[in-house]
Ligand binder design. Structure first.
Ligand SMILES: C[S@@+](CC[C@H](N)C(=O)[O-])C[C@H]1O[C@@H](n2cnc3c(N)ncnc32)[C@H](O)[C@@H]1O
Length: 1024
């Protein structure tokens, strides 16, 4: 094409022509006749629609700005080029804004109400269709024309299509009550004359009261009433393109953004642009894409720059970007006076974001297209808080399919920051009812600091900053409202200014890239907050160029002195979610971190090497916060509040003088961390010194429950329970006198010689001497799953038999050798008695057995009675002489609340230690009274319900999905009976049960003189 002639498709009011010099010769455009009153408007629309269309199609590259001249004053209609199938995008106003289906349904409902009684076809038809487009967030004037001249296929005569959006929609409008089938035929009759690439996907006819819609892609045709429009909106989905894709949820929008960025990333990487440069480039581009949608400069200006200033084959895109980066990094007064106007209109950003000189990427047509595609997306819908996940998922393609699981939800961050500071600050603002009090509050906000010592991509800092700015905005509005009502000086009118600065936000992050993302995200959230401020006061307020930055230190938080980042005396709030690593997942360096931190900690922490990594942040916090009023909250793996870890870290905090402020009990953290999407966490708020007032405790019935039960107990202990801050200790005898103790079963340490597996049983049985000593043997697995296993129980065996039996001789030799081969001296010595188990604790009468380890999925750890001739292995806990009452208590929710808190964990399974979990358990009174009888009766009910399924093992019966309803009911009955034994007919949630248990524990151990034993009935409400 050496020259191009284009004409607006739709004009019948006036026509214009314009010329534009392109790399393929002059482009002449005849303006489309959308009735603009001002010549400049028309000019802008007509020639640029045509020119941009061709540029965007890749048919032309602009080399000069278009020039315009009036062609004809007479209104004529010109056929020819249509607005592009992908609508031409001059600026982002030209694009469709993304709207969620929910938003569209709301708009459709309003539309249906408004147009309910309209009948005058001529009078209101145009408004009807303009508003109909508006439902989808589409400006009709930008994409579609009314009265499009066309040819009827059946007659060859000329006619007008009422509404035409090339490539998308053809619509006919009729007066109320018309025959819509006939109207549809008429509309379809125009289609054969339309060029193939402009054939509409949908044909729509309406008489105000009804819609008839034909989907040309699949031939389906439906009719529905105006009233049903909101419910039938998806009928119009085919006309909503990728850039206007309608997202159901915030997550969908995030996914779309990730996808666009991922495409760009892949294209760059394929070109050999990698590593640090690629990461920096992407962060910059995301900043720019955001800026392009959030009024940092004229909306869509970056899009225009790409479209107009770069060639379609992408060869000059790299230099154009690098040039832009330089401009963004240069103050306006220092820019070249010859700078192209398109570049000069970009703001100076500063903040170091664009300072580094990057290698110039060698770009292709695909890269340019992908960047344009990303620029058409509406980035204002993305929260800067998800930056981290966005980049992580983009950089690691294998993870992209799993995106949804990796976003740290705002809800989880709010769970931390609301009780840490937001709720209190909000209450303080509410209480500020005078101008001086409001001004003081505003000044106070400007004095506070926030510090995340494992900041990652800064999502905690970002959300905290946004929320604090919102508080400040509310405060400013109130100040303004009050100033208006008083004769006092109007300070806010004079200067609408936010005093809260990003410089009040601090972080430490070990990796450079997330730290950079954090800084960028904070700039953006600052900008968004400024826009909110601007909108509220009708006055534009921005902070570009950036003059103040968040202080993100790149380094190892466990080796950096936190006082070097922010002196503790200036600190107010410390928070975050340090890494979720269990002890066994820690690298050698992290183990060294642990060693160093606990060596330097101002308190002694027992068995610190066995603590999760997050415990190191607590140890650092102890040293940092001691003697200050800093308030802290860390999201932490829940294991630090359970079992052995609780007993080592909890006392350290208590002894260092710390008290808990609030806690969220275990819930599932939807983490952005790869492969760690299902960590079970708690949130612990703490501060130095006894904290007055009630605490906040949120208890989640299950880890997946999104709503927690809230109570406000007077005390909180390290097990995140309302109760005395004690740490139940291992005991040989049960706390409640008179009950039988629990012990571990028999430990073989036999190299397999004493245990007889099913495959060996025939051989042993065939030896009459060996067969005499065969006993059923139960470890946890056999107990839970009814699997057969035997052992040779040779405690009182006749030495003659041992000598005479080949099977016994061979097996004892195996035992002997295995013990000799160990390094443990005590075991080596037992090589002398190979016929005996290494530890013998076999009950001599019927006993109660529990597995030592049980899946945390089971609602109860199943217990069962075994006869004395069944040998219990060391993975069983045995309680000889336990009666139905003990069984009943150990099969209740009350016991499970204790187990879930006090027991340790093997991976995520519960690990019961008899001395700690059972012997230290504060049983209720056992006096043979009415309550005991109720427990025993209900316990029998559980045994009876199990007996209904003799073929099912305990493992099957207690599978949460397979548990028979009769058994479930029997347990519920038992739960009530045990609850009653503790004093209440029913406890709601484990937190309430733990409260009762710690109260009882304190009583039985005489610890009730310690702080925290005074018990109040908690108040309850539900929170999200
Ligand atoms: C669970 S992430 C949380 C980050 C952020 N709040 C988020 O949700 O994205 C933990 C962060 O701590 C960082 N980190 C791990 N070990 C660290 C250390 N020793 N010092 C400082 N940061 C560390 C990791 O790189 C990661 O970004």
């Amino acid at each position: 094409m050496s020259s191009a002639s284009t004409a607006g498709a739709c004009g019948y009011h006036s026509t214009w022509s314009a010329q534009m010099q392109t790399d393929r010769g002059p482009l002449t455009s005849v303006g489309c006749g959308i009735p603009f009153s001002k010549e400049s408007d028309l000019r802008a629309l007509s020639v640029e629609v045509a020119a941009y269309t061709l540029i965007a199609c890749g048919e032309l590259s602009p080399v000069a700005r278009p020039t315009f001249r009036r062609a004809s004053p007479a209104p004529v209609h010109v056929g020819g080029i249509y607005p592009r199938r992908q609508p031409a995008h001059r600026t982002k106003e030209f694009r469709m804004r993304t709207r969620s289906w929910q938003e569209m349904r709301g708009a459709a409902t309003r539309f249906a109400t408004e147009w309910r009684d309209e009948t005058r076809e001529r009078a209101e038809k145009d408004s009807f269709w303009n508003e109909w487009f508006g439902i989808f967030g589409i400006d009709r004037r930008r994409v579609a024309v009314f009265e499009h001249l066309s040819t009827r296929h059946s007659t060859g005569g000329r006619g007008f299509m009422d509404v035409f959006w090339p490539g998308y929609v053809a619509a006919e409008h009729k007066s109320r009550g018309s025959d819509l089938t006939a109207a549809m035929e008429q509309a379809l009759d125009y289609l054969p004359a339309i060029p193939a690439e402009h054939l509409p996907r949908l044909v729509v006819v309406s008489d105000f009261a009804r819609f008839r819609v034909r989907n040309q892609l699949n031939g389906e045709e439906v009719e529905f009433s105006l009233e049903d429009l909101p419910a039938r909106l998806r009928t119009f989905a085919p006309m909503l393109d990728a850039e206007m894709t309608q997202y159901e949820t915030e997550e969908d929008v995030n996914l779309k953004a990730t996808e666009l960025l991922a495409l760009l990333h892949d294209a760059l990487r394929e070109s050999g642009y990698e590593g640090h440069a690629l990461r920096v480039l992407l962060v910059r581009l995301v900043f720019i894409l955001f800026a392009d949608d959030t009024q940092v400069w004229e909306t869509g200006h970056f899009y225009d720059y790409l479209l107009l200033k770069t060639a379609v084959d992408g060869h000059d895109l790299g230099p154009a970007l690098v040039h832009l980066f330089q401009v963004l990094d240069t103050p306006k007064e220092r820019r070249s006076t010859n700078l192209d106007d398109d570049l000069a209109r970009f703001e100076y950003i500063n903040g170091g974001l664009f300072a580094e000189t990057l290698p110039i990427p060698a770009c292709t047509r695909t890269m340019r297209e992908r960047l344009l595609q990303a620029a058409r997306f509406d980035w204002s819908k993305i929260s800067p808080a998800i930056f981290g996940s966005l980049f992580q998922n983009v950089m690691e393609p294998a993870e992209r399919r799993n995106l949804g699981a990796h976003y740290t939800t705002e809800q989880n961050i709010l769970r931390t920051i609301e009780p840490l500071f937001l709720n209190d600050l909000r209450a303080e603002l509410d209480a500020a009812t005078t101008l001086p009090a409001l001004r003081r509050f505003r000044d106070k906000l400007a004095e506070l600091t926030w510090f995340d010592p494992a900041a990652g991509c800064g999502n905690f800092l970002v959300i905290a900053y946004r929320e604090v700015r919102r508080l400040e905005l509310d405060c400013l509005k109130q100040i303004r409202g009050r100033e208006r009502g008083s004769t006092a000086e109007l300070t806010i009118d004079v200067q609408i200014e936010s005093k809260v600065r990003v410089g009040q936000f601090y972080g430490i992050e070990i990796e450079e890239f997330p730290a950079r993302i954090a800084e960028t995200a904070i700039y953006l959230v600052d900008h968004l907050a400024n826009l909110e401020l601007s909108a509220a006061f009708g006055q534009y307020y921005a902070r570009f160029p950036i003059r103040d930055s968040a202080h993100i230190t790149i380094g190892n938080a466990l080796r950096v002195d936190w006082n070097d980042v922010l002196p503790a005396r200036q600190a107010t709030y410390l928070f975050g979610n340090p890494p979720f690593h269990g002890m066994s997942w820690m690298t050698a360096e992290q183990q060294e971190d642990n060693r160093l931190v606990f060596t330097e900690a101002p308190v002694t922490v027992g068995r610190s090497g066995r603590l999760d990594y997050v415990a190191c942040w607590y140890a650092k916090a102890i040293g940092y916060m001691q003697g200050t009023s800093v308030r802290a909250a860390f999201v932490s793996t829940n294991s630090i509040t359970q079992g052995e870890q609780a007993r080592s870290l909890g006392p350290a905090l208590r002894d260092a003088g710390f008290d808990l402020l609030f806690a969220h009990r275990t819930f599932e953290w939807t983490s952005e961390a790869r492969g760690k999407a299902h960590v079970h966490v708690v949130i612990i708020g703490f501060a130095y010194g006894q904290q007055p007032g009630r605490k906040l405790l949120v208890d989640y019935p299950t880890a997946k429950t999104s709503e927690g039960e809230v109570s406000t107990p007077p005390h909180l202990n390290w097990y995140l329970a309302d109760g005395v801050n004690v740490f139940p200790a291992q005991r040989r005898q049960p706390l409640l006198a008179g009950l039988p103790p629990a012990v571990q079963g028999n430990k073989p340490w036999d190299g397999g010689g004493l245990i007889v597996e099913p495959e060996a049983i025939d051989e042993v049985r065939a030896d009459p001497l060996a067969a005499k000593y065969l006993r059923p043997y139960r470890q946890a697995t056999e107990f839970l799953w009814d699997e057969p296993r035997w052992c040779l129980w040779l405690v009182d065996a006749d030495p003659g038999d041992l000598r005479a039996s080949r099977v016994l001789r061979e097996r004892l030799q195996v035992v002997r050798q295995a013990r000799l081969d160990t390094k443990t001296v005590a075991v080596q010595q037992q090589a002398a008695t190979p016929a005996l188990f290494n530890q013998i604790r076999q009950p001599s009468s019927r006993y109660l057995a529990l597995p030592e380890v049980s899946s945390e999925r089971r609602p109860y750890v199943p217990a069962g009675f075994l006869e004395a001739d069944i040998i219990a292995g060391n993975k069983l806990i045995t309680i000889e002489g336990a009666d139905l009452w003990v069984f009943g208590v150990l099969q209740s929710r009350m016991w499970m609340a204790w187990v879930g808190t006090i027991a340790g964990r093997m991976k995520s399974d519960i690990s019961l230690a008899p001395g700690l979990v059972y012997n230290a358990f504060p049983f209720p009174d056992h006096d043979g009274g009415r309550r005991d009888a109720a427990v025993m009766e209900a316990a029998q009910g559980v045994l009876d319900a199990r007996a209904v399924h003799p073929e099912s093992s305990l493992g099957v019966l207690y599978d949460p999905l397979a548990m028979p309803s009769g058994l479930v009911r029997a347990h519920q009955q038992l739960d009530r009976a045990v609850d009653t034994a503790y004093g209440r007919a029913r406890y709601v949630g484990d937190a309430a049960r733990l409260h009762a248990l710690f109260e009882r524990y304190a009583k039985l151990t005489n610890a009730d003189s310690l702080p925290g034993v005074g018990i109040a009935v908690p108040r309850r409400r539900r929170v999200g």
